[in-house]
Design a protein around this ligand. Sequence first.
Ligand code: SF4
Length: 110
Amino acid sequence: MVVGCGAYMDSGYGCPGEWRCLKAAATGEGSFGEAAQVVGFVKCECPGRSLVPNAGMTMKLSEMKPDAIHLSSCMVKAKPGCPYATPEQFAEILTGKFGLPVVLGTHEYH
Ligand code: SF4
Protein backbone atom coordinates (compact mmCIF):
# COMPACT_ATOMS: atom_id res chain seq x y z
CA MET A 1 0.00 0.00 0.00
CA VAL A 2 1.17 3.50 -0.79
CA VAL A 3 0.24 6.55 1.25
CA GLY A 4 0.56 9.91 -0.48
CA CYS A 5 0.55 13.38 1.04
CA GLY A 6 -2.79 14.81 -0.01
CA ALA A 7 -1.63 18.38 0.38
CA TYR A 8 1.17 17.69 -2.08
CA MET A 9 -1.00 15.65 -4.41
CA ASP A 10 -3.57 18.42 -4.57
CA SER A 11 -0.93 20.93 -5.60
CA GLY A 12 -1.37 19.43 -9.05
CA TYR A 13 2.28 19.45 -10.04
CA GLY A 14 4.36 16.32 -10.01
CA CYS A 15 1.54 14.53 -8.24
CA PRO A 16 2.65 11.28 -6.65
CA GLY A 17 -0.52 9.64 -7.90
CA GLU A 18 0.39 10.09 -11.55
CA TRP A 19 3.06 7.49 -12.12
CA ARG A 20 6.14 7.72 -9.93
CA CYS A 21 5.10 5.51 -7.02
CA LEU A 22 3.39 3.10 -9.39
CA LYS A 23 6.38 2.77 -11.71
CA ALA A 24 8.77 2.25 -8.80
CA ALA A 25 6.54 -0.51 -7.46
CA ALA A 26 6.07 -2.15 -10.85
CA THR A 27 9.79 -2.18 -11.62
CA GLY A 28 11.13 -2.68 -8.12
CA GLU A 29 13.05 0.57 -8.21
CA GLY A 30 13.41 3.11 -5.45
CA SER A 31 12.43 1.91 -2.00
CA PHE A 32 10.68 -1.23 -3.19
CA GLY A 33 13.77 -3.34 -3.86
CA GLU A 34 11.77 -5.81 -5.92
CA ALA A 35 8.69 -5.59 -8.11
CA ALA A 36 5.55 -5.23 -6.02
CA GLN A 37 1.85 -4.88 -6.61
CA VAL A 38 0.16 -1.81 -5.20
CA VAL A 39 -3.08 -3.03 -3.65
CA GLY A 40 -4.10 0.29 -2.18
CA PHE A 41 -3.26 3.97 -2.63
CA VAL A 42 -4.39 6.08 0.27
CA LYS A 43 -4.32 9.86 0.31
CA CYS A 44 -3.47 11.45 3.62
CA GLU A 45 -5.46 14.59 4.40
CA CYS A 46 -4.47 17.38 6.77
CA PRO A 47 -4.02 17.15 9.67
CA GLY A 48 -3.54 13.43 9.16
CA ARG A 49 -6.24 12.08 11.46
CA SER A 50 -8.09 10.35 8.63
CA LEU A 51 -5.07 8.34 7.57
CA VAL A 52 -5.51 5.34 9.85
CA PRO A 53 -9.27 4.93 9.30
CA ASN A 54 -8.90 5.39 5.54
CA ALA A 55 -6.05 2.91 5.34
CA GLY A 56 -8.06 0.47 7.44
CA MET A 57 -11.13 0.89 5.27
CA THR A 58 -9.05 0.34 2.14
CA MET A 59 -7.84 -2.99 3.51
CA LYS A 60 -11.30 -3.97 4.67
CA LEU A 61 -13.12 -3.15 1.44
CA SER A 62 -10.43 -4.61 -0.83
CA GLU A 63 -10.11 -7.66 1.42
CA MET A 64 -6.38 -7.41 0.92
CA LYS A 65 -3.77 -6.81 3.58
CA PRO A 66 -0.55 -5.47 2.09
CA ASP A 67 2.87 -6.82 3.01
CA ALA A 68 4.03 -3.30 3.76
CA ILE A 69 2.95 0.32 3.74
CA HIS A 70 5.11 2.82 1.89
CA LEU A 71 4.91 6.46 2.79
CA SER A 72 5.38 8.15 -0.57
CA SER A 73 8.52 10.12 -1.27
CA CYS A 74 6.50 13.35 -1.29
CA MET A 75 5.36 12.56 2.21
CA VAL A 76 8.85 11.74 3.41
CA LYS A 77 11.12 14.08 1.46
CA ALA A 78 9.11 17.07 0.20
CA LYS A 79 10.14 20.47 1.55
CA PRO A 80 8.61 22.13 3.42
CA GLY A 81 7.67 18.97 5.23
CA CYS A 82 4.43 18.02 6.90
CA PRO A 83 3.66 20.48 9.71
CA TYR A 84 1.65 17.91 11.68
CA ALA A 85 3.87 14.88 12.08
CA THR A 86 7.20 13.47 11.02
CA PRO A 87 7.35 10.47 8.69
CA GLU A 88 8.65 8.47 11.62
CA GLN A 89 5.60 9.40 13.69
CA PHE A 90 3.23 8.43 10.88
CA ALA A 91 5.12 5.15 10.52
CA GLU A 92 4.86 4.43 14.24
CA ILE A 93 1.12 5.09 14.22
CA LEU A 94 0.50 2.86 11.19
CA THR A 95 2.68 0.03 12.46
CA GLY A 96 1.04 0.22 15.86
CA LYS A 97 -2.41 0.04 14.35
CA PHE A 98 -1.94 -2.55 11.62
CA GLY A 99 1.19 -4.45 12.63
CA LEU A 100 2.69 -3.87 9.19
CA PRO A 101 6.19 -2.68 8.34
CA VAL A 102 6.24 0.90 7.12
CA VAL A 103 8.85 1.93 4.55
CA LEU A 104 9.83 5.58 4.31
CA GLY A 105 9.69 6.51 0.65
CA THR A 106 8.72 5.06 -2.69
CA HIS A 107 10.76 6.41 -5.62
CA GLU A 108 13.70 8.59 -6.53
CA TYR A 109 12.37 10.03 -9.76
CA HIS A 110 12.16 13.79 -10.34
S1 SF4 B 1 -1.11 15.81 7.35
FE1 SF4 B 1 0.94 16.10 6.49
S2 SF4 B 1 1.30 14.26 5.25
FE2 SF4 B 1 -0.92 14.39 5.62
S3 SF4 B 1 -1.76 15.54 3.85
FE3 SF4 B 1 -1.32 17.04 5.47
S4 SF4 B 1 0.78 17.81 5.01
FE4 SF4 B 1 0.48 15.87 3.88
